[in-house]
Design a binder for this molecule. Structure first.
Ligand code: NAD
Length: 338
């Protein structure tokens, strides 16, 4: 049968992407909800046919342990709440999908990984792009060196935030950081799956043009990376600049995705021509991939270690900025998080 998924946090992403995708998934379905907003209980129950016994709030959430119709808990809350709810889900014996960024510190990522290991449950990241065909093609170029050695890899991921000063993403206690914690994670992901390598150093810079709006969180960050094979990397992430691109210059050509991390449709070109893949809900593909991991022991294509690896890099970028742009060495065990 299909795995029952409970969504925790019924904000924009759950409402507009995950819940609709769970109507198309083949190996899992929307079985339950966890919400702090009582009005949403009735609306979601009737929209998605959710029985009363599968509806929880943040206080009674832990009793989900006694509910056999929930197999997977998917944490879709503000970043600072990911660790708490992922750990509570693991302790309740449920498999966990955690949204990006995994948490707001490496220490929290370690605690999530340990809780899942101790409970014997599976842990996956909400990194939908690993299930998406354009991204899979780029991962193949990296692995097979289709265009020869990748000499330069660049990724930009940003949007222009208008004027919503009260959103949690601008509140450091809830977000853990600004553009880097939000869109920056996509840029970091891009340069790693675009090369198939973890970086060995990073140096970073921060820019501020709207300090009265971005009071607590970073507005724009650039960072440069070195890789063992000699590849040079560069990222830009912003809450003030629109950009969404992955570009690689290689020994025998180039490849590019633009946009590289929006929902649908992605688009891409290489020095050999235009890419053209069928467009499907990325969230549908992602949740089915995780369900196949749980049900049939298929590979976990976005494991907790990958989310933790990205948080190590986020922390190194903030450290470099605090040290005036100093180069910070990065050390990952062979293949870690890839
Ligand atoms: P959102 O603001 O639309 O929703 C957040 C939800 O959390 C709301 O339902 C809100 O009621 C609830 N919440 C509980 N406690 C809260 C508090 N103290 N302050 C504010 N809200 C609180 O956010 P979203 O866009 O749905 O993002 C949720 C998570 O999903 C984030 O971690 C984000 O990074 C991630 N996300 C991932 C993707 C992706 O493509 N993988 C896309 C969007 C969001």
């Amino acid at each position: 049968g299909k795995l029952g998924i409970a969504l925790v946090g019924l904000g924009g992403y759950s409402t507009h992407q995950l819940a609709p995708a769970l109507e198309e998934t083949e190996h899992c379905y929307l079985a339950g909800i966890v919400t702090g907003t009582p009005e949403k209980e009735r609306i979601w129950a009737s929209r998605y046919n959710i029985p009363a016994e599968n509806i929880y709030n943040y206080q009674n959430f832990d009793t989900i342990a006694e509910n056999p119709s929930i197999d997977v808990v998917y944490v879709v809350l503000p970043n600072s709440m990911h660790a708490d709810f992922s750990i509570r889900a693991a302790k309740a014996g449920k498999h966990v999908i955690c949204e990006k960024p995994m948490a707001i510190s490496v220490e929290e990522c370690d605690a999530i990984i340990k809780a899942c290991k101790d409970a014997g449950v599976k842990l996956g990241m909400g990194y939908r792009l690993h299930s998406e065909p354009y991204t899979k093609e780029v991962k193949k170029y990296a692995k097979e060196k289709t265009f020869g050695h990748i000499r330069y890899i660049a990724a930009d991921a940003g949007y222009h935030s208008g004027s919503y000063p009260n959103q949690w993403r601008l509140n450091k206690a809830l977000s853990g950081g600004g553009a880097l914690m939000n869109m920056g994670v996509y840029a970091i992901q891009s340069i790693i799956y675009g090369t198939g390598e973890n970086p060995i150093s990073v140096a970073a810079q921060e820019y501020s043009t709207r300090p009265t709006y971005f009071k607590q969180t970073d507005e724009t960050i650039t960072a440069q990376f070195e890789f063992e094979s000699g590849t040079v990397g560069n990222i830009m992430t912003s809450h003030n600049i629109r950009a969404n691109r992955l570009f690689a210059s290689c020994e025998n050509g180039w490849f590019e995705l633009d946009p590289a991390s929006t929902y649908i449709p992605l688009a891409g070109r290489t020095s050999r021509g235009t890419l053209n893949f069928p467009q499907e809900s990325q969230q549908k593909l992602q949740m089915d991939d995780f369900a196949k991991h749980v049900l049939f022991d298929a590979p976990n294509i976005a494991p907790g270690e990958m989310g933790r690896r990205d948080m190590v890099i986020v922390e190194a970028i903030y450290e470099s900025i605090a040290l005036g742009g100093q180069k910070i060495p990065l050390k990952f065990p062979n293949g870690y998080g890839l």
